[in-house]
Design a protein around this ligand. Sequence first.
Ligand SMILES: [Zn+2]
Length: 301
Amino acid sequence: MSLTKVHPLDLEFLQKKDAIAAYLVKHATGAALVETGPGSTVAALVERLAGHGLSPKDITHVFITHIHLDHAGAAGWMAGQGAQVHVHPVGAPHLLNPEKLLSSAARLYGDRMDFLWGKFLPVPPENLVAVEDGQVIRAGGLAFTAIHTPGHAEHHVSWLLEDTCFTGDIGGVRIPGPRYIRMPFVPPELHIGKWRQSLQRLQSARFRHIAPTHYSVYPDATEHLALAGRILDETEAWVSEVMPSDPPVEKLREMFVAMLYEQALRLGLDEETITRYEIANPTWMGADGLQRYWRKVVMAA
Ligand SMILES: [Zn+2]
């Protein structure tokens, strides 16, 4: 079987390469997109599509891994061009009516909200499809299978197309270069136990190519997922070591950055690559996410 070609579109978020991808897959009657990127990169998205000889109106299907602004921000805009948007049932109401999502993001990003993320338009109900676990969506001769993969967010879906899986954020963040992964441990829905199960499910789906949204396609899915699992285990061990003394969050952020730095060096990364990861994925937010997970999930159990 010849593999369907997957084209990463670099949206050059904040003029940065290799930060946020949308994935383009051409099919018999048009094309599909996995992720749309944020509202702030719509112009780049249109330009990249044009580079493939396509206009936004050629996009029949949009597959969203989860509704965070860097993944789904332009879903409403794409729906306005005629695409059907596919998302987890728990994420669907937020695409129909993004107000709550936007106000909680605004608490985090303040007056940089618009600059960073641009417009997040609602998806009209007739353009929205909520997908169950295991559901197969056919698009111009291609089949995309939804795999519900909670852990980073409760409503996270990984999309399997033949031998490639689009893993959103659940497989971690990886940029081209030496094999290394950063796990985006953001509040408020982080759940390490569910995350581990999701990685195991992906591992048992046995695909060869893994395509994290941040960033690009790698032909070593098995090794990638194994490394992600190891990093998750190490992080969990770190959490149960440091959290019981309940350090203030500033201290915790410091300790977390130091732990990741040590881990990256141990995995053979050089300083320059570590810095690139810091820029792509600021670490402090992970400390906040882990603290919340400890308090609301582990301690509450
Ligand atoms: Zn996310």
